[in-house]
Design a protein around this ligand. Structure first.
Ligand code: TXA
Ligand code: MG
Length: 325
């Protein structure tokens, strides 16, 4: 069931569904989320079931502002406070110590909780309307089945779940890849997942360097090596290797799609999409392109390695995970 995101009466309707413990898919600036009220473990269990997500992979709780985050947090600490003040609302998730007894299922029982205040106007309106009905926050993973490519349009969500799911339509998500996640619960700030925010801006707000994730940390989706996978096999290739591979293919290109910035397969049968030169533009379209190439029947997607510069960290991370599947 698709609901128009810009219509306040359908946003109200979606908020009432959340308040009643039902699931609602909604747009954020990053990707669409599959939401349930975070304080209702039974509602949250439906999210895990609908996604086919293992119960030990925690969800992010979405709130309408920093004040609304307070009930979920044991003690935020100065790192999380600085990040929330600088980047909320926006595509940043902070991991903080969890207040005992709340959002236990959303946190998969972990002593920490991920919190995010999205800037998308439809998400903001939904969270405010739900809060007015007593919903303290909305636990929402990306609205895709476990391990699949995150959805950036309402149609992508509808392709993942059955038609009875309420999907608030807010158009194409402007950022296009999931939020940056910074773990603030371990004394030093740790970058768990790169997004589109620049690490140097995060470090400037923190006043200290971000640590790299250590691989002893609890594993969870999005931090698994293989994730974000389309049906086709993805191969990431350095530019010269891709150029040679395309040349060797000749006319025998059935089932092969190429997504590249500088390598242009000459005409013929090769399905080709041009990756934008700009990292933000590439992030915006990345998941939609992977889904489109799947829909065209590609068996193999050859992707040109993005530039090795910080602004490409988020896109590179998602492509590496897609290629690891
Ligand atoms: O942009 C986003 O973050 C989107 C939109 C819907 O907000 N959400 C999203 O959720 O990407 P999901 O569930 O697909 O990815 C959440 C990531 C997972 O990698 C999970 O392990 C991590 O957040 N996470 C959540 N809570 C955590 C916690 N307490 N400790 C460590 N990682 C956590
Ligand atoms: Mg996800």
């Amino acid at each position: 069931m698709r609901l128009e995101g810009t219509d306040s009466s359908t946003v109200e309707q979606a908020a009432r569904l959340l308040a009643a413990g039902e699931l609602v898919a909604f747009p954020t600036e990053t990707v669409y989320g599959l939401g349930a009220r975070a304080d209702d473990d039974t509602a949250v269990a439906r999210v895990f079931a609908a996604k086919g997500r293992p119960a030990d992979h925690p969800l992010i709780v979405h709130v309408c502002d920093a004040a609304a985050a307070a009930p979920f947090v044991g003690a935020p600490g100065p790192m999380a406070e600085r990040l929330m003040a600088r980047f909320w609302p926006g595509p940043l998730t902070v991991i903080v110590p969890r207040a005992p007894g709340i959002a236990t299922a959303a946190a998969s029982g972990h002593p920490t909780i991920g919190l995010r205040c999205p800037s998308h106007p439809v998400a903001a309106a939904l969270l405010r309307a739900a809060a007015a009905l007593g919903v303290p926050g909305v636990a929402a993973p990306s609205a895709n089945r476990f391990g699949r490519v995150s959805p950036t349009t309402a149609s992508h969500v509808e392709a993942e779940f059955d038609a009875s799911l309420a999907v608030l339509d807010g158009g194409a998500c402007p950022v296009g890849i999931e939020s940056t996640i910074v773990d603030c619960s371990r004394g030093r700030p740790v970058l768990l997942r790169p997004g589109t925010l620049a690490s140097r801006d995060i470090e400037a707000a923190l006043g200290e360097p971000l640590q790299a994730r250590d691989d002893d940390a609890p594993q969870a989706p999005g931090t698994l090596a293989a994730h974000y996978a389309p049906n086709a096999r993805v191969r990431l290739m350095a530019t010269p290797m891709l150029r040679d591979a395309v040349a060797l293919l000749g006319g025998n290109a059935e089932g092969v799609a190429v997504y590249s910035r500088t390598v242009r397969p000459a005409g013929r049968t090769i399905t080709h999409r041009t990756m934008p030169d700009n990292a933000r533009a590439a992030a915006f379209e990345l998941f939609a392109v992977l889904r489109e190439l799947d829909a065209l029947g590609a068996k193999l997607i050859w992707v040109e390695q993005p530039p090795d510069t910080p602004e490409w960290d988020g896109v590179r991370d998602r492509l590496q995970r897609a290629a690891a599947a």
